[in-house]
Design a protein around this ligand. Structure first.
Ligand code: SAM
Length: 285
């Protein structure tokens, strides 16, 4: 559900959570009904530009760094030498930009189902698209589920699932069949990372997702919480899984060289200190 009231507040009403979140809008910049979803871009008074997909806030200029840095860097630094990376979804290109900061990376293939998301991002979030022309990057517009099903076995080091909520085209990114395809496509020791919704609001979904990832044969899991101011509850998470192995720490980096706004090795270490409300839920699985 979407609304813009007479005082120009955009409100995302999250029926499933019994909550709502509002941002004050200067103007609607553009909206398009793509074959897959409704994509709108607003100019806000305080959060810069805001992308909304099917009534759900996706990305704003002001706060997207939390999400993009936490979906990219913990996974890449948990792999000893990531060379070939695949991003499923990620059409705003912010995750791609973070991945391309890693010198070890030789190729990144991004597969978003919806070209409209990337076209609007190029127009309204040029800073997120600043690495799109990097020769290591390939941008494809196709179904990520199909792409993973057809991927060559043991050809990828890190798979990043930067998709929408598990409704509409993003639904099939959260099931056994998809995780099986990811496992087959990863090299031994490869890392899968997926945005895993809010640990506060969506614990049943997070538990289901973790169970499915384990059942297909991944080793140990890590669920890292982080702030996400424009998503329901303001607390979000990514879940990492490794093929054939547990996690044995992560490579440290120089955060100044990485030019991040949230991620540092210390923040990574802190996010691994699982809060008790999460540990209790995971232990009951
Ligand atoms: N990165 C955003 C943020 O900062 O909050 C949120 C993710 S947004 C880029 C999610 C993307 O997943 C959308 O562009 C959508 O088109 C894409 N997507 C959804 N289902 C997909 C599928 N089956 N295959 C590929 N892309 C998909």
């Amino acid at each position: 559900m979407t609304s813009l009231d007479k005082n120009h507040w955009f409100t995302e009403v999250s029926d499933r959570d019994g909550s709502a979140f509002s941002l004050r809008i200067n103007k609607l910049l553009e909206q398009q009904q793509s074959p897959f979803q409704h994509v709108a871009m607003y100019e806000t008074t305080d959060f810069g530009n805001l992308m909304v997909i099917d009534g759900c806030t996706m990305v704003s200029s002001r706060e997207n760094f939390f999400y993009h840095e936490m979906i990219a860097h913990p996974a890449l630094f948990s792999h000893p030498n990531p060379k070939n990376v695949v991003i499923i979804g990620g059409g705003d290109c912010g995750t791609l930009r973070e991945v391309l900061k890693h010198d070890s990376v030789e190729t990144v293939t991004q597969i978003d189902i919806d070209q409209v998301v990337t076209e609007m991002s190029l127009k309204y979030f040029p800073e997120l698209c600043s690495a799109n022309d990097d020769p290591r990057a390939t941008l494809l517009f196709d179904d990520g589920i199909k792409y993973m099903r057809d991927a060559q076995a043991e050809s990828i080091d890190v798979i990043i699932v930067d998709g929408t909520d598990p409704v509409g085209p993003g639904e099939g990114l959260f099931n056994h069949a998809f995780y099986q395809s990811c496992l087959a496509a990863l090299r031994p020791g490869g890392v899968l990372v997926q945005q895993s919704e809010s640990p506060l609001m969506h614990m049943p979904l997070l538990l289901e997702m973790r169970a499915a990832i384990k059942q297909v044969g991944f080793g140990a899991l890590q669920t890292l919480p982080f702030p996400q101011p424009i998503y329901p509850s303001g607390l979000w998470s990514v879940t990492l899984a490794r093929k054939g192995l547990g996690f044995d720490g992560f490579r440290a980096c120089d955060p100044d060289a990485l030019n991040t706004l949230y991620y540092t090795p210390g923040v990574h270490q802190g996010a691994l200190a699982e809060p008790p409300f999460m540990t209790k839920a995971f232990n009951q699985q």
